[in-house]
Write a protein that binds this ligand. Structure first.
Ligand code: F6R
Length: 609
């Protein structure tokens, strides 16, 4: 939520900040702004709306060169998205400008105190207290003022600061919200996320929690919140620039849907060696895994749906008890996590506030944590004892797609790995599963080849004002995910439901105006799904069914059907169903003219509670 970008170094046109910011726009897009220093003055330009509007407004200026600046794209938490609440914010003396990602939880108390000391506030944001606090504490040393300021702040923050007091320094602060530094010989960058600096440098520093970075044209110093110097750990990122570009696709979401076969192939490259599953980074002792009885899974949104599938795999193959909850509930429940438990935390970004809190909580109770995460340098990756990386690469579309299928595959592989260690599945089952899984990327390619057909069905269904997605067993989580995809990018109310629960309420919704997406692939619950379809048709509901090619019963009942290959082990079918439902949601949203990569009110990483 919110993206921040900063640069100090050789003079560069203002365009640099706007371009950097545009690469972060997926993090928030209701307003934006930029601040720089020229002739000892802070120049600020803010804009309600998108970065494109800011560019238009700054047209004449965008080629003018500056050697320092900060920029921000906002996802509003405190105060409406308007010009006043857009960042950067400035102090009363107009000497200090800041941008912020996160939430200052005690800002009301701080604001009261600062108002009593006659500081003048221009916005309703929590952020503005930071500028005034630094102003209050400033006594000739900016770092000294910042050290005092951060001690007053409760909550999470990544902050970038420029000041006419020290115009040759760009300052970054991190507590709870992500901040990375990008280093070059000609200048230094800071940003909320890697895509912002990908075209500019591959030399990065992942700032740790409670660190302050002072960037100058040719050097970087890092301090902790006590002002003690810290080591600067420089890493090289192994992500190609084109991975964060649209590559000819009209939307990132579509590009990322089409990247799924490649992502799954990469996952095999990482975790299959001579047809055996291995997780080189796993620190869990075999004896611990052998005796493992309880697994807790926590995540949010799409990652939670992947986790839900994980529950099915782990219960079925490993004979363990698996409990799952969304992180925002899990962290506030009085869960008794017994010894010999494992927490699996799943997150694309590794920065989701609730998932991080839930993970930290479990760690404080001495529970071992395994994270499944797409971002190597993220907070989740750092706090976890064990990490399985999903190699999906940068996911820019706000609606998660390729990270989801990568999470599912990793969960299947981990379940098979654990089942083998526990000696629950036979060598033949294990080998057959691997052979079948390895064929899946090509089957997905085949499904993606049906995108024209899926589009034409989506065009027809986009007139419906309400959707139900039904599945049973292993494909109940697929139904949840299908509904989430549709509602988040098309804004059509959609609910995912276990089909067996229809009679206990939702069937009351069914009439000729309701569209029902039924996942009815051949598995042990196929016949029951067919009965559910009958019940919907008897009440005039419109059925779009996801079926296997060889289907003979459900296809006759459904208004439309999309066919996918039948697997020997249908437990893996969610990997084939996901791209179908993603494409369906994509084309419905496209038909309705929605902003697919940046749906209203959403942001890519939810770094606040
Ligand atoms: C939905 C979506 C969100 C995320 C959720 C968790 O398409 O993208 O529901 O899945 O916010 O985000 P991560 O995985 O980054 O923790």
């Amino acid at each position: 939520m919110c993206g921040i970008f900063g640069y100090i170094g050789e003079e560069r046109p203002l365009q640099l900040w706007l371009d950097g910011l545009s690469r972060l726009e997926y993090r928030g897009y209701d307003s934006c702004g930029v601040a720089t220093i020229k002739n000892d003055f802070i120049f600020i330009k803010k804009q309600q709306g998108k970065i494109l509007d800011l560019r238009t407004n700054l047209k004449n200026l965008s080629l003018e060169k500056f050697n320092i600046g900060i920029a921000h794209t906002r996802w509003a938490t405190h105060g409406k998205p308007n010009n006043l609440n857009a960042h950067p914010h400035i102090d009363c003396g107009k000497k200090i400008a800041i941008v912020h990602n996160g939430i200052i939880e005690n800002y009301l108390l701080l604001k009261e105190m600062l108002l009593a000391e006659r500081h003048k506030f221009l916005s309703q944001t929590d952020t503005e207290v930071i500028t005034h606090l630094i102003e209050k504490f400033y006594q000739g040393n900016l770092l000294g003022a910042i050290l005092k300021c951060v001690k007053e702040l409760k909550g999470s923050f990544a902050i970038a600061i420029i000041s006419t007091y020290q115009p040759k320094q760009l300052i970054g602060i991190r507590k709870g919200s992500p901040l990375i530094l990008g280093l070059t010989d000609k200048g230094q960058f800071l940003a909320s996320d890697i895509p912002a600096i990908l075209p500019l440098t591959k030399k990065v520093v992942y700032l740790e929690d409670e660190q302050i970075a002072i960037l100058e044209k040719d050097k970087v110093n890092i301090f902790d919140f006590e002002g003690r110097p810290n080591r600067v750990n420089i890493e090289r990122i192994n992500i190609k620039e084109e991975q964060a570009l649209k590559k000819g696709f009209p939307h990132f979401m579509l590009k990322e849907i089409f990247e799924q076969p490649e992502v799954l192939d990469k996952t095999f490259l990482l975790y299959l060696k001579k047809e055996k599953i291995h997780f080189p980074q796993l620190n869990l002792k075999e004896s611990f895994l052998k005796n493992l009885k309880n697994i807790f899974i926590t995540a949010c949104g799409t990652a939670y749906h992947a986790g839900y599938l994980g529950k099915y795999f782990l219960e079925k193959y490993c004979g363990v008890n698996v409990y799952i909850d969304v992180a925002s509930e899990f962290r506030y429940r009085n869960f008794n996590l017994p010894n010999r438990s494992l927490l699996i935390s799943i997150s694309q970004s590794g920065e989701t506030a609730d998932t991080l809190f839930a993970t930290r909580d479990a760690k404080s109770k001495k529970i071992k944590v395994l994270s499944i995460c797409n971002m190597l340098g993220s907070s989740l990756a750092k706090i976890s004892d064990n990490l399985i990386l999903t190699p999906a690469g940068p996911e820019i579309g706000v609606a998660s797609t390729k990270a989801y299928t990568a999470q599912i595959l990793v969960l299947i592989l981990f379940s098979l790995y654990l089942a083998k260690i526990k000696n629950i599945i036979s060598e033949k089952f294990y080998q057959d599963a691997i052979v079948e899984l390895k064929a899946i990327p090509n089957l997905i390619r085949e499904i993606l080849g049906q995108s024209k057909k899926i589009k034409s069905i989506a065009d027809k269904f986009s007139k419906f004002g309400c959707f139900l997605f039904l599945g049973r067993g292993i494909n109940y989580p697929s139904a949840l995910e299908g509904a989430l995809k549709l509602k988040e990018i098309s804004y059509i109310p959609a609910e995912g439901y276990p089909a067996g629960e229809m009679k206990h309420g939702p069937i009351a919704l069914i009439d000729e105006y309701r569209a029902v997406v039924c996942i009815a692939v051949y598995d042990n619950l196929y016949e029951k799904m067919v009965s559910n379809i009958q019940e919907i048709k008897a009440r005039n509901g419109k059925v779009l069914a996801i079926l296997n090619y060889q289907d003979i019963q459900a296809s006759k009942l459904s208004d439309e059907a999309i066919y996918i290959p039948r697997l020997k082990n249908q437990d893996f079918s969610p990997l084939l169903i996901a791209p179908v439902l993603q494409l369906f949601a994509y084309y419905v949203a496209k038909n309705l003219g929605k902003e697919i990569d940046q749906p209203r009110n959403l942001a890519k990483s939810v770094t606040v509670e």
